[in-house]
Design a binder for this molecule. Structure first.
Ligand SMILES: [Zn+2]
Ligand SMILES: [Zn+2]
Ligand SMILES: [Zn+2]
Length: 149
């Protein structure tokens, strides 16, 4: 801790790791803090450039563990550089992504609450029609960013 991060985040992460029989090691903590401080989803190289104490091999391993425990969400893009962020379940910030099919940039966005409620109604209907029970949704918009035009 000690970087001004909300202690609740670390408690939540520790509890989730514990539930998956993983320890909250120093490397994992540094990774969670790097993601918490990012303005949006980041690539592995962006994570590594931000914290020189992180090594590439352990970062790959730790991201896989954190993803498995539902702490980190991986956003697959058109390029081979996936973007990573803390999962909505951990940040309690439900949002969506704009994914650029050209350069792979990923931007976070939210939609107004009333539209979110309508969307949930529609999705629940779709789920029911298919014998699904809906829990939550992920919705990413694929397009082209300004730079890729
Ligand atoms: Zn682009
Ligand atoms: Zn996001
Ligand atoms: Zn939504």
């Amino acid at each position: 801790m000690g970087t001004g991060d909300a202690p609740e985040l670390n408690d939540l992460v520790a509890a989730r790791l514990d539930a998956h029989d993983h320890r909250y090691t120093r490397g994992r903590r540094a990774l969670v803090e790097a993601l918490a401080q990012s303005a949006g989803p980041v690539t592995i190289s962006e994570i590594l450039s931000r914290d020189s104490s992180l090594s590439m091999s352990s970062t790959y391993r730790n991201l896989a563990v954190l993803e498995d425990a539902g702490i980190v969400h991986r956003i697959v893009t058109s390029d081979e550089h996936a973007r990573y962020e803390l999962d909505d379940a951990v940040t309690e910030w439900h949002h969506h992504h704009l994914v650029c099919a050209g350069c792979g940039t990923v931007l976070d966005f939210t939609i107004p609450d009333d539209l979110e409620a309508s969307l949930n109604r529609v999705l629940r209907r779709v789920a029911r029609a298919n014998g699904f029970t809906s829990e939550h949704h992920r919705l990413d918009l694929i397009g082209r960013c300004q730079a890729c035009g």
